[in-house]
Write a protein that binds this ligand. Structure first.
Ligand SMILES: [Zn+2]
Length: 82
């Protein structure tokens, strides 16, 4: 269940309270810490913040590794263990 939430949260659209609908979001790097990075998600419609997220060094490494792997066909997304 938490995996489903994670997938929703990393989707490119998030619900915006101002626009009253799910809007495409822009990721903005807020803060870089030694062990994690803090991102802010801005609605592309009204530019208000619709969420934020912390990415730990471990998560970032995992994301980079998966990006490099580049699956050849549209297989189901690799499961992310939290
Ligand atoms: Zn909006």
């Amino acid at each position: 269940m938490s995996q489903q939430q994670f997938e929703n949260f990393t989707a490119s659209s998030l619900y915006c309270e101002k626009c009253k609908t799910a809007m495409p979001v822009r990721e903005r790097l807020l803060l870089i810490l030694p062990d994690k990075e803090l991102y802010d998600y801005l609605c592309t419609g009204c530019a208000s913040s619709v969420g934020s997220r912390e990415i730990t060094a471990g998560e970032k490494l995992m994301a980079q590794r998966m990006a490099k792997r580049r699956p050849r066909r549209a297989a189901p997304a690799p499961a992310i263990q939290l």
